[in-house]
Write a protein that binds this ligand. Structure first.
Ligand SMILES: [Zn+2]
Length: 134
C-alpha cells in the first residue's frame, strides 16, 4: 500500500490531487464498498465504480481552479450541515411570523410581528422607541 501511495504521489505531480471533498468522497466510496459486499447489491457496486471514477477524475484533473471551486462549495455545504450553531440560527432567521430588530440605543434584540408596515418599536430594556418597517 505504501509503495502504491508513493507511485501515486509521483504520478500526481502537477495535478490537483486530494482535498477535503476528495477525502469525504473516499469515505463515501469505502462505506458503499462495504455495504455492497454486505448486501450483495449491484446498484451499490455501480455507485462505487462511479464514485471511484469521479474521485480519480478530480484527483488527476489539471483544471485546478475548477476543482478548488468545487471543494469550496463542498466545504460551504459541509459547514452548513455540520456546524452546531447554524441550525438554531437558521431557524431563527426563517421565522415567518416575527422579525427581530436590534435596539439602536442599547443593542437589545426586540421581536416584532412581521408585515405590519412602519411601526414604532419599544425597547423593553432601555425604554427607547425606534421606528422600523417590519
Ligand atoms: Zn434599548
Amino acid at each position: 500500500m505504501n509503495q502504491f501511495r508513493e507511485k501515486v504521489m509521483r504520478f500526481m505531480q502537477g495535478r490537483y490531487g486530494m482535498d477535503d471533498m476528495g477525502r469525504f468522497l473516499m469515505i463515501v466510496i469505502l462505506v458503499c464498498m462495504v455495504l455492497s459486499v454486505v448486501f450483495q447489491s449491484g446498484t451499490l457496486n455501480i455507485l462505487v465504480v462511479a464514485g471511484i471514477v469521479y474521485e480519480y477524475y478530480r484527483m488527476l484533473s489539471r483544471n485546478i481552479a475548477a476543482r478548488y471551486e468545487e471543494n469550496q462549495k463542498f466545504l460551504g455545504l459541509k459547514s452548513r450541515l455540520f456546524s452546531k450553531g447554524a441550525p438554531t440560527f437558521q431557524r431563527r432567521a426563517a421565522d415567518p411570523v416575527n422579525r427581530v430588530f436590534k435596539c439602536p440605543t442599547c443593542g437589545q434584540k426586540v421581536r416584532v410581528p412581521k408585515g405590519k408596515g412602519k411601526i414604532s418599536i419599544h425597547c423593553p430594556k432601555c425604554n427607547s422607541d425606534f421606528v422600523k418597517r417590519s
